[in-house]
Design a binder for this molecule. Structure first.
Ligand SMILES: [Zn+2]
Length: 213
């Protein structure tokens, strides 16, 4: 079972990816984790990736694909895996398909966790972070005991710039520009499945289980 997760930042696709990995006992693979593991272990690919990251440059598609393909060829991926945050672009998607085809494999599902932008903007604007210890809360979903005061250290709470509506809207714009072509690509491949990400986390997961069987 080889799965790609698609969904806007804040749509909860990482949470669903984790739940899928747990239920089906397959690895949850995020590019961030792969980068960190390769750099930590000092692999050739990790060294290459680090030269870009140290300069504040994006790691080129080819190298990202090499890192992901190297990861999915490891033993624990024999029964499948769930990719979170990859592919992000059409060249990455095509390179992944090509690498898998060389191994006589293909992706089985691309699951798009669909949440309207307004909904994400609202969710994010309810987040609060402690200025002293960095603990995070949500005014609706994870409120503090005393309004505006950190449960852990008594510090004040703020809405971070990253969570402000104008920042979130900008990020969503970039996301849609990048991802719509991927949605079209996987629709064409016949493996795209949509789930409603606005409902309760466990209900979203139940929808996904229905799809995966
Ligand atoms: Zn605090």
């Amino acid at each position: 079972m080889k799965i790609i997760m698609l969904g806007a930042p804040g749509a909860g696709k990482g949470t669903q990816a984790k739940k899928i990995a747990e239920k089906y006992s397959i690895p949850h693979i995020s590019t961030g984790d792969i980068f960190r593991a390769n750099i930590k272990n000092g692999t050739e690919l990790g060294k290459k990736a680090k030269t870009y990251m140290d300069q504040g440059l994006l790691v080129p598609d080819e190298l990202v694909v090499d890192l992901v393909v190297d990861r999915v060829n490891q033993e624990d991926c024999a029964g499948g895996y769930v990719l979170d945050g990859f592919p992000r672009t059409i060249p990455q998607a095509e390179a992944l398909d090509k690498a898998l085809a060389a191994l006589d494999q293909k992706m089985d599902y691309a699951i798009n966790v669909e949440v309207p932008d307004d909904n994400i903007v609202n969710r994010m604007s309810g987040r609060r972070a402690c200025v002293d210890c960095g603990a995070t809360y949500h005014m609706v979903y994870a409120p503090t005991e005393k309004e505006g005061i950190c449960d852990k250290c008594g510090g004040g709470l703020i809405l971070r710039d990253d969570d402000k509506p104008e920042t979130v809207k900008k990020r969503l714009g970039v996301y849609h520009d990048q991802t719509q072509p991927l949605i079209d690509y996987y629709t064409g491949a016949g493996i795209l499945r949509e789930v409603d990400g606005t409902i309760d986390i466990n209900d979203v997961f139940a929808e996904i289980v229905k799809i995966l069987g």
